[in-house]
Ligand binder design. Sequence first.
Ligand SMILES: [Zn+2]
Length: 288
Amino acid sequence: MVTPPEGIARVVLVVIDGVRADAVPLFGMPHLEHLMARGAWSLAARTVTPSVTAAAMGSLLSGVRPTTHGLSTDRFCWPRPTAPLDPLPRVLGRAGVPSQAHLARVPRAYRKLAEGFARMVGITHATLQGDSAREIVAAAEASGRARDDGFHLHHWPDADRAGHAAGWTSRAYAAALREIDAALGALVQLTEDEPETLFLVLADHGGGGQDFRNHDSAHPHDRRIPLVVAGPQVQPGRLADGYSLLDVPATVAWALGAEVPEGWHGRPITEAFVNLPDMATPALAIAC
Ligand SMILES: [Zn+2]
C-alpha cells in the first residue's frame, strides 16, 4: 500500500445517477469534461451487480458487493447483510473525519427510514432537500457546510429519472445531463479557493442497454460508468480499464487518511496520484 497524498482536507463524492459512460462524449458535459481534463478518468469503469441504485449506493457506503451488504433490488429497504459491515462514514469517523450527505427529498413516509439509515452508517449530517441536482447543490450551499473538512456525499437523480421516463439518449435525458453538468459547475465553484478538495464523480449505473428505459442488466450500456478523480496531486490522464465502483469507497478512506478495512472488496485508485511514497520501504531498513 502506498501512503495517501498529503493535503486532502475534503473528498466530494458525486453520484450522477444513471449517467452512462458514452453519454459524456455523446452529449457533452463541459464541467465534467473540465474535471476530466485536470484529473484522472475512465469511461470504462463498471458498476456492481445488479446495476441498480440501491445496490450501488449500498456498495459505495459499505465498501462491499451487494451480495454482502444485502441491498440487491432497486428499492431502498433495511439491508440484511451476510457479514458484519464496516460502513465508509464509520471508518472515516474512527479517523476523526466527519461525513455529510446531500440527497434528494424523500417522501414523508420514508424520511425517518432515510435519516435512521444515515445515522446507522455514521453520517454526521444529512440534508434531504431538493428534487434536482441544482436544488441539492443549493441546499448544500445553504447548509453552510459545503467547505467543511471531511467527506461529502452527493446523489443527483436527474438523468436516471429522465431515462426511465423517456429513454436513455432521449432529449429529456440530454436536458437532464445539462442540468447535472451545471450543478457540477456550481458545486466545484463552492470550493474553488479550497485547493485541498478531491472530487470523485461517478455514476451508479448506466442505462438503455437491454431495455431503452431501464438499466438492470449485464449489457455494457447498463454496467459501464464514468469515473473521474480530480484534485491535489492527481496525475491527469486516462485510467487503466477495469476499475470498479467498489474501488471508490476504498479511495475515499485512503485519501482521507483512514485505514481501508480488509473485508472491503475494492482497492484505492493509487494510479490516479503522482509521487506517492511506498509504505513498504521502511526508513529503518536504510538506517540498519
Ligand atoms: Zn433507475
